[in-house]
Design a protein around this ligand. Structure first.
Ligand code: FES
Ligand SMILES: [Fe+2]
Length: 455
């Protein structure tokens, strides 16, 4: 029994989940069980590097946005010295939220309950009637709690609540090879277009996160109507043609799905006016060659950061155009997730192109987008079935066996330029199994360099 976490029924359940996953099965409880959910808030979200937002949201001193790590509310703010801080939105006096709006600019936060005042670095700067009632209070010791580790990677802000955490670079590991392809096609990198969108979906946070690891099988089914009206090139949409679709998984615990046209240069369907800005620059030859032949990449950096780089069109018959969307799956209970999503395009692209990329992103992967609506119509089933009594009576397990072992005649690729295990076709669920393997590692408390969060 794992005394460290003091939750033996959960640990037994986790052991069962481990055994199931070895044969490609997953208990519905993973998507709905309240005890497992509480355990993952403690074991996953307090110890892994969690995505919080994009640097462009807070360009000026005092700019802030509110985001959660697990369910804990944090103020992500650029302080007066220009440093990005991740502050727990909880007054040290009695816990009231000191910040009441989702985004803005503040030099200080005045608690609305009794008026304790904090600088935008989190430091307690003033307490009403201090001389009369709090003469000995040391302001230095009563600042807002802040995440001990914060980093910005190509504009993406990540934090880790564990003071003994491994560095972000080590956590990201070999996944940088793929992430960089999507962030550094041109010298200027990717620029965020407009504000992020936020919406709620009645599904567990892992439902979307695992989907972005390489659920190619759903594209032809869930997104059939979007494909039929011609807003996406069918060859980029989940056709399980060997070599055109490659799932790469177990990449330092993360996974990516790639669709490509070997021998051609679709470059994520960017038009020539944008492609001319692409050059190896920060990428090596192999990375650039993969980018050239790629139609689509989607991936998840465990636990809840995902991206999708794709070419789509805003109306049928119009040529597809590339854009990148990155997103955060914020847990809101075992059966609800808040999605925060950004649309990006290469910095060097024209303003006109950026406006079009934004329109395409909005019409496909936003709360009102056709692809997004398709996904959120099916995702709630996973959590709801997790609560089904009859499903439990039948010992129901979800099937993740696609492409596992002798389910597939094709062994993983022997020759593949990038890191990780590359499956020879996308008729598989190796990326999803890899996601749950990583989840189990953290849930078992055996992630590398893990400190006990109860300390
Ligand atoms: S709770 Fe904030 S000042 Fe009292
Ligand atoms: Fe989808």
């Amino acid at each position: 029994m794992n005394h460290k976490f003091g939750a033996s029924p959960t640990d037994e359940l986790i052991d069962d989940i481990r055994r199931d996953l070895d044969i490609g099965l997953i208990a519905p409880a993973v998507f709905s069980d309240p005890d497992l959910y509480q355990a993952e808030l403690r074991r996953v979200f307090t110890r892994t590097w969690v995505f919080l937002g994009h640097e462009s949201e807070i360009p000026n001193r005092g700019d802030f946005v509110q985001r959660n790590i697990g369910e804990d509310p944090f103020i992500v703010i650029r302080d007066d010295k220009g440093e990005i801080r991740v502050l727990l939105n909880a007054c040290r006096h009695r816990g009231a939220h000191v910040c009441r709006v989702q985004a803005g600019n503040a030099r200080m936060f005045v608690c609305p309950y009794h008026g304790w005042t904090y600088a935008n670095s989190g430091k307690l700067s003033g307490v009403p009637v201090k001389n009369l009632g709090y003469a000995k209070l040391k302001l230095d010791e009563w600042g807002l709690y802040s995440a001990p580790n914060v980093t910005v990677y190509s504009g993406l802000i990540f934090a880790n609540l564990n003071k003994d955490a491994i560095s972000f670079e080590e956590y990201l590991g070999d996944f940088a090879w793929y992430l960089d392809i999507n962030l550094h096609l041109s010298e200027g990198g990717m620029e965020v277009l407009g504000e992020p969108h936020r919406w709620l979906v009645d599904a567990n946070w892992k439902q979307g996160a695992e989907n972005f690891c390489g659920d190619s099988a759903h594209t032809q089914m869930t997104h059939r109507s979007a494909l039929e009206i011609g807003v996406a090139d069918l060859s980029s949409a989940g056709a399980p043609k060997p070599d055109a679709g490659v799932h790469v998984h177990d990449i330092s615990g993360h996974a990516v799905s790639i669709r490509r046209r070997p021998g051609e240069k679709p470059f994520f369907s960017y038009p020539p006016e944008v492609k001319r800005h692409f050059r190896p620059g920060a990428l090596n030859e192999q990375q650039f060659a993969l980018a050239e032949e790629s139609l689509l990449h989607n991936g998840t950096l465990f636990p809840n950061f995902s991206f999708l780089h794709i070419g789509l069109s805003e109306e049928s018959g119009k040529e597809a155009a590339g854009f990148l969307t990155v997103r955060l799956w914020m847990p809101k209970g075992p059966r609800q997730t808040e999605i925060v999503s950004w649309i990006l395009a290469p910095k060097e692209a024209s303003e006109e192109y950026k406006r079009r990329a934004y329109r395409i992103g909005m019409s496909s992967f936003s709360p009102s987008g056709n692809f997004e609506q398709d996904d959120v119509s099916v995702w709630p089933g996973g959590a709801r079935t997790g609560g089904s009594i009859f499903a439990a009576m039948n010992h129901m397990r979800y099937n993740y066996q696609m492409g596992l072992g002798d389910m597939s005649p094709l062994p993983p690729k022997e020759i593949w330029d990038g890191p990780g295990i590359a499956d020879s076709s996308n008729a598989g669920e190796g990326g999803l199994r890899s996601f749950h393997k990583t989840w189990l590692k953290w849930m078992k408390g055996s992630g590398r360099n893990v400190a006990d969060p109860s300390n």
